[in-house]
Ligand binder design. Structure first.
Ligand code: SF4
Length: 248
């Protein structure tokens, strides 16, 4: 059984550690919407090109929204496509799961307070030398050290929506229907969502917080905040200070 930990011993990854790069093979590496934005900008790919080249879309049991896994290379050991002999070639833009490793984190929903509580686990694979570090880290110090704070903030918001997708909101249409595809676009395809927001009747139908809207014209992270607020309204009719329907 995994234990939530207040403090752990973790070694920073570096070429001198004997397990260097071993953890970057044959992974079920889930990419969250913010991960996709960071990677596709770094790789200078369109959203469509990134999704086509680098991800597998999966629907897990008990979840009614498709999730995105980074496709591993076809080579026998199935390395991550971004792994190079000298390490991670996208290091400054690596996904949240890579930043957090060997710590895992999750959210526990507390019905009493109606809030999510973040918990951390430490269960590294057998080859991992992470637990042999000399310095003790708290999860929050590790998050800061690994530059995962922005990732954590965006993923926490995303996790709240994913928790709501544990019940089927689609009726007979299913997550592959038209509404499900629109919601997927608003989370994972910022190029298409940009067109939808700024080149359709979207702004005639929804009032967006003006400071957010201005930034979202040129910033995909701000656009994603609109996307997540829109999914919440579009699927569950929940408005927020960021997005409200205009009165007709
Ligand atoms: S993105 Fe980088 S750190 Fe993450 S699995 Fe791939 S090579 Fe390893």
């Amino acid at each position: 059984m995994l234990q939530a930990l207040p403090g752990i011993w973790v070694a920073r990854l570096n070429p001198g550690v004997s397990c260097f790069n071993l953890c970057c093979h044959n992974l079920n590496l889930f990419l969250y919407p913010y991960d996709v934005i960071r990677l596709k900008h770094h790789l200078e790919l369109s959203s469509d090109a990134f999704l086509e080249r680098h991800v597998d879309v999966v629907l897990r049991d008990g979840c009614f929204f498709p999730e995105v896994l980074l496709s591993m290379s076809e080579l026998p050991e199935k390395p991550c496509p971004f792994l190079s002999p000298s390490g991670c070639s996208v290091y400054l833009h690596r996904p949240e799961a890579c930043r957090m490793f060997p710590i895992e984190q999750g959210l526990v929903y507390e019905a009493k307070t109606r809030r999510n509580r973040k918990i951390h686990y430490f269960k590294p694979p057998g080859f991992c030398q992470g637990s042999k570090g000399r310095k003790q880290w708290t999860p929050s110090a590790w998050i800061k050290d690994q530059g995962a704070e922005d990732y954590n903030r965006m993923t926490q918001r995303w996790s709240e929506l994913m928790r709501m997708f544990r019940s089927d909101p689609w009726g007979g249409e299913g997550p592959d229907g038209k509404r499900g595809k629109m919601a997927f676009m608003a989370a994972y395809n910022m190029d298409a969502f940009q067109e939808f927001v700024f080149k359709s009747s979207f702004l005639k139908r929804y009032r967006i917080a003006s400071a957010l809207l201005d930034k979202a014209r040129t910033d995909d992270v701000e656009l994603l905040k609109i996307g997540l607020a829109w999914i919440e309204f579009f699927v569950w009719r929940k408005s927020s200070p960021l997005l409200r329907p205009r009165k007709s």
